[in-house]
Write a protein that binds this ligand. Structure first.
Ligand code: FUC
Length: 830
């Protein structure tokens, strides 16, 4: 037979051996650089272009040889100007709205809210694109050997191709130290670089040149609703070449016969803060540029990489590598569901961290619905801040994946909203404290928008305050806690004056409110409600965390007493007739409801009120609700469900959701669905960045959890991720999982560093033993570490029609050991 003859042939065997060597070498060569998105073709559409950013500046890079395009963003380019959008008519209508809700007249209540509460003057301002820098390279239409990548280990995107025997390369990065975007164009032969640079924006702008090598685009942001656009901005592009010539004609810059060209893109606006837009955009842009020009290219690149890696390198992950890594990224997304590509999960996990470092830096704006990347003037949902899930999800990975600094812009925004929201509380509800509804923008508007169905949700402040507390839980810095405590206290004050007694059980409830964007099947046309499950869960967290903060800071004794009394009167969670966790105060849930929001499961994740060990009935009910809600949904909804299945300790189901998320969003005939775009952007659709961040948080939550009294190692590992490791994850109480390795699904090595000292409690499916002098005791009773003391929730009310599904839990081992600040503790499998 042919095969046998071939195998006997020594020449063929040698060929096979060489082929094998080359193949393994190739895989090894790639494995040193697995943290890359790469493609064999330029980007045709925006969701194929590659994002770079330094928190303030962003660009989408297309890598097109003949028509290169940089779609540019700056995080303060928002339509409008300082404004407010409260509707003061609300105050008078509030008692009537409440009366209608308690009388079950939901449609009338919703109509009245639409007339009297929803903002009359503005539904929020859009975040806008700066515009584009276009480079046109004559004769580069026919190219060969094309390659394009985004290296998320260095935060540099590059492309290369051949034209007429010359290899051209482009390398682009957004530098935080230099505050500019830098592009370097090189060619393998001298004098071969020829292009024309121009700028444009899909709205009127002034374009001019300065000298022979500088392009300037100046503009003002757009109007929206009744608010006039007034943020001035300027983009400056300076081109420096080695060899050849640079000249300016007709508002274009032309480069001829250069050896190398370096472009510096500087953008600035007149925005100083949400209340002041009096800066000089041109002077600012020029100052950034002049400073950046002092640095030579190699040094700028080195400093950029060092700055980025200071954050990025804190965490590494290995879930295993298969043959799939030899495929370009777009192909891997297409094949993910059919094959086994755990490295793509690792890549997406790190891509979420890359996006957070690139879109949210101290001193800047928090990541909005699209981070900082948006090519439109009036993008979907204005690319602003939707705070009934989306903005919060953006920051889920921040503490756990060791990027605490990246949360600073969110914390600053919350501080500002607590100022602007005081007037909203007073003018709309005659209430104390501060309030935020379901959206905000760069102007920190707090009023309800978009219609009652979506906007009548006065809980934004309650959810945001969890993020203030969370930072303390991870870092233990009481000075920081002191600085944010007034914001938490003021949020509490709002609810203390806004809560109202409902007639049936005499519970204190938020009214009016909604369970975000969902309505019960019994009256699908109106979402308006009182005392929804999510409201009560959010208040439980806000109240208990504020009490804890006040106790730590030894302040506000009287207020603490009052909060404790109010806590007793909040509605408990309820388990309804089909064994589900009720979404509303009434048993209205429909088993066929597939709504993307899973608000009542907030108590399971991100909160930890629902626990397999402390509240098994609620745990079972939450699982029943989640199963009924289904898997496939919008991008962020699936991202949330990865976290929820991790909290339900079901790694295989969490991986199912990861698989749903990692399916191509763009389907045959151009239809789009929740999933992933070729550039790894998550698709609602359209692109929304929350899904990327939910993904990163979800993978972490599958591997390590720290709530519910202990650090749970490998709580929800999917069967298929047999061997792996993760390094640098942070957990509550100031501990860092310096490294965790597993083999055959079981922990093989665990290194924990303690930053704050105190008792460390570990829960594990694998029996552990300590190395060195550490004494590992079986844990009994409550964890003495204050960061792990969980407040007790009220007993749930269970419908007498409900049969609770039995949830089987795997046996775990729980250990305690005492730690000292700065010390490391090492464990292995017993
Ligand atoms: C919420 C969600 C939508 C979308 C929007 C930006 O309103 O319900 O799905 O994500 O925010």
């Amino acid at each position: 037979m042919q095969i046998n003859t071939k195998l006997k042939n020594p020449g063929f065997l040698l060929f096979l051996f060489i082929f094998y060597l080359l193949f393994t070498l190739n895989v090894q060569a790639q494995s040193s650089s697995l943290l890359k998105l790469w493609y064999n073709q330029p980007a045709n559409r925006w969701v194929e272009a590659l994002p770079i950013g330094n928190g303030r500046l962003g660009a989408m890079v297309f890598g097109n040889p003949s028509q290169e395009k940089f779609q540019l963003n700056e995080n303060t380019i928002w339509a409008g100007q300082p404004y407010r959008n409260d509707n003061p008519d609300a105050k008078e209508a509030l008692p009537k709205v409440r009366q209608l809700i308690f009388a079950g007249k939901y449609k009338e209540a919703q109509d009245l809210v639409n007339r009297k509460f929803i903002s009359r003057n503005s539904q929020g301002m859009p975040y806008q694109t700066v515009g584009n820098l276009d480079l046109s390279f004559p004769g580069h239409e026919n190219f060969a050997n094309y390659y394009r990548e985004l290296n998320i280990e260095t935060a540099v995107t590059s492309s290369r191709y051949d034209v007429d025997g010359v290899t051209y390369k482009r390398e682009v990065f957004a530098s935080f130290p230099d505050q500019v975007i830098i592009l370097r164009i090189t060619a393998s032969k001298p004098g071969k670089i020829n292009f024309t640079a121009s700028m444009n924006r899909p709205a009127p702008v002034d374009i001019s040149t300065e000298g022979n090598d500088k392009l300037i685009m100046s503009g003002v942001t757009g109007d929206c609703d009744s608010v006039k656009g007034a943020v001035k901005f300027q983009a400056q592009v300076k081109i420096i070449t080695e060899g050849g010539s640079v000249s300016a004609t007709n508002n274009n810059i032309i480069v001829n016969n250069a050896n190398v060209a370096t472009l510096y893109i500087s953008i600035a606006s007149s925005f100083k803060n949400y209340n002041d837009i009096s800066a000089n955009a041109g002077e600012r842009a020029n100052a950034y540029l002049q400073k950046a020009l002092e640095n030579d290219y190699e040094k700028a690149l080195k400093e950029h990489i060092a700055d980025y890696q200071r954050y990025f390198n804190r965490v590494s992950i290995d879930l295993g590598t298969t043959d799939s890594v030899k495929n370009p990224t777009d192909v891997r997304i297409e094949q993910f569901a059919k094959g086994n590509d755990p490295q793509l999960v690792a890549l997406c996990f790190q891509f979420g961290r890359y996006l957070l470092i690139s879109s949210s830096r101290p001193g800047g704006q928090p990541a909005n619905l699209q981070g900082i990347w948006n090519d439109q003037l009036y993008p979907p949902w204005d690319s602003k801040y939707t705070v009934n899930i989306n903005t919060e999800m953006n920051y889920w990975p921040s503490e756990i994946t060791n990027l605490s600094e990246m949360k600073e812009p969110l914390i600053q925004m919350i501080r500002e909203l607590s100022q602007t929201g005081k007037q909203t509380a007073k003018d709309m509800y005659g209430a104390e404290g501060w309030v935020l509804h379901h959206n905000t923008d760069i102007w920190r508007m707090n009023g309800p928008i978009d219609g009652s169905f979506w906007g009548m949700w006065p809980m934004g402040g309650a959810w945001f305050c969890q993020h203030l507390w969370e930072k303390y839980e991870f870092n233990g810095d009481s000075e920081y806690l002191k600085s944010v405590y007034p914001v938490m206290r003021s949020a509490v004050e709002f609810y203390l004056s806004f809560l109202v007694e409902e007639p049936q059980h005499k519970w204190l409830v938020v009214c009016p409110s909604v369970s975000p964007e969902n309505s019960p099947a019994v009256h699908p046309e109106s979402s308006i409600a009182a005392g929804t499950t999510m409201d009560n869960q959010l208040l439980f967290d806000l109240f208990t965390k504020t009490i804890k903060s006040a106790e730590i800071l030894k302040t506000d004794k009287e207020l603490v007493k009052k909060i404790k009394e109010t806590l007793k009167r909040l509605p408990p969670m309820q388990i309804g007739q089909w064994g589900q966790l009720q979404e509303w105060m009434q048993d209205w849930d429909n088993e066929n409801d597939k709504h993307r929001h899973v608000s009542h499961l907030y108590g399971l994740y991100p909160s930890s009120q629902i626990s397999p060990y402390r509240t098994p009935e609620l745990f079972s009910a939450a699982k029943t609700s989640l199963i009924a809600r289904g898997d496939e949904s919008t991008g962020w909804s699936m991202g949330w469900k990865v976290n929820l299945w991790a909290r339900l300790l079901d790694g295989d189901h969490a991986l199912k959701l990861i698989t749903d998320q990692l399916t191509p969003s763009i389907q045959p005939r151009g239809r789009q669905k929740g999933g992933t775009y070729p550039n790894l952007f998550d698709a609602h659709p359209p692109f929304q960045i929350d899904g990327n961040f939910g993904f990163t948080a979800g993978v972490t939550e599958m591997l390590i959890q720290s709530h519910d009294g202990s650090i749970f190692v490998l709580p929800a590992l999917p069967g298929i991720w047999k061997n792996g490791s993760i390094k640098g994850i942070r957990v509550r109480g100031g501990f860092e999982i310096e490294s965790m390795e597993w083999e055959n699904g079981e922990i093989s090595k665990l290194v924990i560093k303690s930053n704050l000292g105190g008792n460390c409690r570990i829960r594990s499916y694998t029996k552990l033993r300590a190395e060195g002098k550490t004494s590992l005791k079986s844990a009994i009773g409550e964890n003495q570490n204050p960061f792990y003391q969980t407040p007790r929730i009220k007993e749930p009310i269970i419908s007498n029609k409900a049969t609770l599904k039995d949830v089987k839990l795997k046996n775990t081992f729980i250990y305690d050991f005492e730690t000292k600040p700065g010390e490391k503790y090492i464990f292995s499998k017993l």
